[in-house]
Design a protein around this ligand. Structure first.
Ligand SMILES: Cc1cc2nc3c(=O)[nH]c(=O)nc-3n(C[C@H](O)[C@H](O)[C@H](O)COP(=O)(O)OP(=O)(O)OC[C@H]3O[C@@H](n4cnc5c(N)ncnc54)[C@H](O)[C@@H]3O)c2cc1C
Length: 384
């Protein structure tokens, strides 16, 4: 296996012990459930949680409350060639004022990236800058009224502002993927943006969720159609499986998500092959914690191009998770990017909740994380 436990070079032993304790707690779903209930209650009664922030897991999964405060964590990782993309963890946006505020924060991440090699990418979630209902309406082919049309034009302008700023800053702007039932609406805005900005290099990169039935065919079609511009893709399996299945059930339609994990894995692998075959022109971000896939990509590129480093190939993991993968890959010369969420504690709660649920659900990966943390602490103790 290519991943070494000693690959936590950016963390002190104290920080490692805190991570170990947190992942131990996360390996008990009942504890996670109780903690989330308590958390919801404390929020409901407006209990001031901020003074107790370090007991919430916030610092494991978020790098700071704003762009400036993330610098400590991101420069520490950059010292070991692990780059970052600052991801504003605000999943509450509902009103036009929220969208404008989010736009300004996203633009500030792009400005920060323009002057800092540690940030070769920026990222945005479509629903951070526009109403979910508008994307959904557009996806369903429904007509907008006058006010909606104006709001739609404002989303277009916000996207254009971010893409132009990314182009001028020499970085790539990634667009996250969310629920499948808004994706047609998102694509209606993002695909033309990619076509317009990616003439000389990849400025805008989209996300493909390979847990969706037909996602590989869609990716194949996009690859074939990208003859006059460079295609940039982030390949993920997909984060909204339960929500997708419930939504389909409500509509009485078949789930858009693959029926089995094996089918998702197969599509993911097919997408990797296609992306790697087109690396000369197209950008691929392998965004996964799946060690088998990462090992497979590593062997494929080493065989095909003789080295792990390729300007159009990036590996990406989430901040605070699977550091042993990220830092091992970087040590071996690969381009590695951490997704680094930031934002005030209160705003980051939905993100932290998802991380807690995910880590308690994927038992094998959490057990592996625990194993690696324990191994590294023992190694340090033995060397002390
Ligand atoms: C850097 C980064 C960026 C990301 N950006 C996005 C994004 O923009 N949008 C997004 O949706 N997600 C995103 N994700 C999350 C991602 O989609 C996965 O949820 C997460 O990474 C776990 O998948 P995996 O490939 O790492 O690991 P694995 O453990 O190999 O796969 C778990 C995934 O497999 C799929 N799966 C599990 N069980 C089944 C089943 N029974 N049937 C079918 N499929 C199943 C699900 O997608 C599940 O999340 C991102 C992840 C990373 C690391």
């Amino acid at each position: 296996m290519i991943f070494k436990a000693s690959r936590y070079p950016h963390k002190s032993s104290r920080a490692l012990r805190a991570s170990l304790l947190l992942f131990q707690l996360l390996s008990y779903p009942v504890l996670v459930w109780l903690a989330l209930v308590l958390w919801k209650f404390l929020c409901y009664v407006r209990f001031p949680i901020s003074p107790f922030i370090r007991f919430t897991g916030y610092y494991q999964f978020c790098a700071g409350k704003d762009v400036a405060s993330c610098q400590v964590a991101t420069s520490r990782m950059a010292a070991f060639n692990v780059k970052s993309v600052l991801d504003y963890a605000n999943e509450h946006a509902k009103k036009e004022s929220d969208f404008e505020e989010n736009l300004n924060v996203i633009l500030s991440t792009i400005y920060a990236a323009a002057n800092n090699d540690a940030y070769p990418f920026a990222v945005l979630k479509p629903t951070a800058i526009g109403a979910f209902s508008l994307y959904e309406k557009r996806s369903n082919g429904l007509e907008f009224n006058t006010a909606e049309l104006a709001a739609w034009e404002r989303i277009k302008k916000r996207l254009e502002a971010c893409a132009t700023s990314a182009a001028n800053s020499g970085i790539v702007l990634m667009i996250d993927a969310e629920e499948s039932w808004i994706q047609l609406g998102v694509d209606a805005l993002v695909l033309p943006l990619m076509e317009a900005h990616n003439k000389k290099r990849v400025v805008v990169a989209i996300t493909i969720q390979l847990y969706l039935k037909g996602a590989f065919d869609y990716f194949k079609q996009l690859t074939a159609e990208a003859t006059t511009y460079f295609l940039g893709v982030k390949l993920v399996r997909g984060a909204y499986m339960e929500k997708e299945r419930k939504h389909a059930q409500l509509l009485g339609s078949p789930s858009p998500v693959c029926d089995t994990k094996a089918q998702t894995d197969q599509q993911y692998r097919q997408a990797l092959v296609l992306a790697l075959e087109n690396l000369d022109t197209n950008l691929c971000i392998v965004a996964t914690h799946n060690e088998t896939d990462i090992e497979w990509v590593k062997q494929y590129v080493e065989k095909e191009i003789g080295r792990l480093q390729h300007k159009n190939l990036w590996f990406s993991q989430l901040y605070g998770m699977r550091d042993f993968i990220s830092f091992s890959l970087a040590e071996q010369g690969a381009n590695v990017l951490k997704y680094v969420p930031f934002g005030p504690l209160q705003q980051s709660i939905p993100y932290l909740t998802r991380r807690a649920i995910e880590n308690s659900a994927v038992k094998v990966q959490t057990a592996r994380e625990l194993h690696m943390l324990k191994q590294e602490l023992s190694r340090r103790n033995a060397n002390a």
